[in-house]
Structures are given as C-alpha cells and as structure tokens.
Write a protein that binds this ligand. Structure first.
Ligand SMILES: CC(C)(COP(=O)(O)OP(=O)(O)OC[C@H]1O[C@@H](n2cnc3c(N)ncnc32)[C@H](O)[C@@H]1OP(=O)(O)O)[C@@H](O)C(=O)NCCC(=O)NCCS
Length: 171
C-alpha cells in the first residue's frame, strides 16, 4: 500500500530516484495526475496527462527511460525519457515530469531531469528536448536554468497560435 507524502519542515528530504518498470505504470500515472492537478482548467488545450492510461504509460516505460522518485514507500515524482524516432535519431525527449505538490522546492524536479538526461546519454543521445507550455512561464524558466533554450514553437491541433515551446540542450 503506497503511503501519501506529507511534507514536514523538520524532515530532511531523502529522495531516491529509481527506474520505473512496466509494473509501475499505475504508480507513475497517479503521481503524474497529482502533479498536474493544479493545471486543470488553466491550460488550453487541457494537458494530455489526464487522459493517458496505465497501458499507454507501460508502453513508454518499456523503453527503459522511466524514473520514479521515492521517499520510503511514497512515490513523490516521475519523469519519462524516450528516444525520438525523427531526425538524426540522436535526440531524446523528456516528458511526464511531475512532483507531488507537497514535495516541491527541494530539488526533486531538477534531480528527475538530471536522471532522465543520464539515461539519454547512456542511449548515445546528443540532445535532450522538452515541450513546455507557453502559458507556464515558471516552467520555461525552470528549464532555462537547466541549460534548455527555445529552438522552435509548436501548435496543438485546432489552435491558431503556438501553444508550446520546444526547448533543447546538448547532453
Ligand atoms: C516543474 C516541477 C516538476 C518542479 O519540481 P520541484 O521539485 O519543485 O523542482 P526543484 O525543486 O528542482 O526546482 C524548483 C525551482 O523553483 C524554485 N521555486 C521557487 N518558488 C518555489 C515554490 N513555491 N515551490 C517550488 N519551487 C519553487 C526553486 O527554488 C527551484 O529553483 P531552481 O530551478 O533554481 O533550482 C513541479 O513544479 C511540477 O511537478 N509541476 C507540475 C507539473 C509540470 O509542470 N511539469 C513540467 C511540465 S514541462
């Protein structure tokens, strides 16, 4: 039975980041939905994380790039790194980054990104790519502080204007 994290200021964060296997798909889905819950009704279009099924997540995890952040038996965060099939084949995509709202601001998000980048380096990827909503400047700043720069703008289907930035960094 998974324990829910409750932040206690006196508690020293001691997170452990471990690979997520196909059997962790439901755990990853649950923490991802907790992480993105604050965006409900704020993003146009709505984030696709709310519609993603455990089976779809399990298929992504088969690539080996999923990571879960644990504290004891509580799952506090997640990320999935994947090889992109297009272009040179040397670009990896980092997505589904989320940290439980109660556990934010302790470096966990940064550590999950670093773990995803390590995985991509191990796969001989030379660049990492993230897609960041233009409506979320705090996330654009988060990735910019980690060396990511805008390389393109993308538009969700049905929208007349760009809705997200493509940000990349060399690995
Ligand atoms: C983006 C996210 C993963 C960051 O997780 P996190 O564990 O708080 O990340 P970190 O602690 O490593 O970094 C947070 C940064 O914001 C800063 N910060 C400032 N105020 C903060 C606050 N009230 N709460 C959290 N962080 C705060 C921290 O100092 C830190 O600065 P740094 O980038 O210079 O290190 C988390 O906010 C999240 O899950 N958001 C919802 C899902 C999402 O947007 N995912 C990304 C999609 S592109």
């Amino acid at each position: 039975m998974e324990r829910r994290f409750r932040y206690c200021p006196a508690m020293r964060p001691d997170f452990e980041i471990l690979p997520a296997m196909a059997g962790d798909a439901e755990r990853l889905r649950a923490v991802m939905c907790r992480g993105f819950a604050g965006y409900r009704g704020r993003l146009q279009p709505e984030s696709s994380v709310f519609a993603e099924t455990a089976a779809q997540i399990a298929a992504k995890l088969a690539g080996g790039g999923g990571r879960l952040a644990w504290q004891g038996d509580a799952v506090l965060g997640c990320v999935i790194a994947e090889r992109l099939a297009r272009g040179s084949g040397r670009v990896g995509y980092i997505g589904r980054l989320a940290v439980d709202p109660a556990a934010r601001g302790h470096g966990l998000g940064g550590r999950l990104v670093a773990a995803a980048e390590d995985f991509l380096r191990g796969q001989a990827m030379v660049h990492a790519e993230v897609h960041v909503r233009i409506a979320l400047p705090e996330n654009i700043a988060f990735f910019a502080r980690r060396g990511y720069q805008e390389t393109a703008r993308g538009t969700h289907p049905g929208f007349a204007h760009p809705t997200y930035l493509v940000m990349t960094r060399p690995l």
